[in-house]
Design a protein around this ligand. Structure first.
Ligand code: COA
Ligand code: MG
Length: 291
């Protein structure tokens, strides 16, 4: 079985759990992850209805290879504990929780999920200013809790920082790369934040490519039109795979046996590049297997 951190997560599509049409549509969209939102996308008067709809959708199933995730309201809100209790009773792959600041928050969510099935993962939003100094400590919790994935919440970060979410995302770049590094240090998977410009697919693609450059596993999305371009960006390209195979083949040549650094296509290529090449081929294989 594929380890939770190795599943393809190129595209994670949010939808308000109160939107029955969107949930129905998600069963046929080519996204790797569906996220039924109970938090920011649902108005207070519809919270209870959305919770019941998310639970019913998970129970009804029909999402195939897609990972199914429910985003709860924060544990200190008036809906948080009821959301967590309801989600814990389902077969969802993961619960996504907002505004995690510190390891103490992870401990509280872990406790609230005690009765959940043993494979239910805890995914958290990274979206508060308070989390910036605690990224490594939060990621470390993955070694002894359900924590397995982070999603950047760039809209909330912009709000808290009072920064502007421009297309180049300059104010967020240090935060994004620190989060990727902390996640990688502890085996936590990590997805980029959403692009609000859902009618401008050119802007979307540029932002998705920026996320790939940063090392994200995929991107969180808000509209079906973003799914296919996102999958393309986060799938190894033909050129990537051609490079990977040439590196793997070169290291397999008898004359290169025992060498740490060789020349491939006129470039210095080391054993660390061989590992990167093997990873790319494995990622492509997992994407093909999940399709
Ligand atoms: N997931 C699944 N289906 C979706 C969807 C989503 N996130 N967003 C839109 N759709 C569906 C619509 O239901 C509609 O279906 P139909 O053709 O069967 O009627 C179709 O896609 C086209 O929708 P469109 O008219 O282009 O969008 P809209 O103006 O109705 O909605 C948003 C725009 C942004 C409000 C909507 O896309 C949305 O709610 N996105 C998710 C928001 C969210 O979850 N935010 C929380 C995390 S940041
Ligand atoms: Mg948020």
């Amino acid at each position: 079985m594929t380890a939770p951190t190795d599943r393809p997560r190129r595209s994670a599509l949010y939808m308000p759990a109160s939107n029955a049409k969107a949930i129905a549509k998600a069963r046929s969209l080519p996204c790797d992850v569906v996220i039924f939102d109970l938090e920011d996308a649902v108005a207070p008067e519809f919270k209870a209805e959305a919770r019941a709809a998310a639970v019913a959708a998970v129970e009804e199933g029909g999402f195939g290879h897609r990972e199914v995730v429910i985003r709860a309201n924060g544990i200190d809100t008036e809906w948080g504990m009821d959301d967590l209790a309801a989600i814990a009773s389902t077969g969802a792959d993961a619960v996504l929780v907002p505004k995690v600041d510190s390891p103490a928050d992870i401990a509280r969510y872990e406790d609230a999920l005690k009765s959940a099935h043993k494979d239910m993962q805890l995914w958290t939003m990274i979206e508060t200013c308070a989390s910036v100094g605690n990224l490594d400590a939060i990621a470390q919790c993955a070694h002894n809790s359900r924590l397995s994935l982070w999603i950047m919440g760039t809209n909330d970060l912009a709000k808290e920082m009072r920064a502007q979410l421009t297309p180049c995302r300059t104010p967020f770049l240090p935060f994004l790369s620190m989060a990727v590094a902390a996640a990688r240090a502890h085996g936590v998977a990590i997805l980029d934040g959403v692009c609000n410009e859902f009618r401008d697919l050119e802007a979307f693609e540029a932002e998705a490519r920026q996320g790939l450059m940063f090392g994200f596993d995929g991107k969180s999305l808000i509209h079906p039109a973003q799914v296919e371009p996102c999958n393309t960006v986060f799938s190894p390209s033909e050129a990537d795979l051609a490079w990977a195979h040439s590196v793997i083949d070169a290291f397999a040549q008898p004359e290169n046996a025992g060498k740490g650094a060789i020349r491939v296509d006129g470039k210095m290529t080391e054993l660390l590049h061989l590992e990167q090449a093997q990873r790319l081929v494995a990622v492509a294989g997992r994407i093909a297997a999940a399709a």
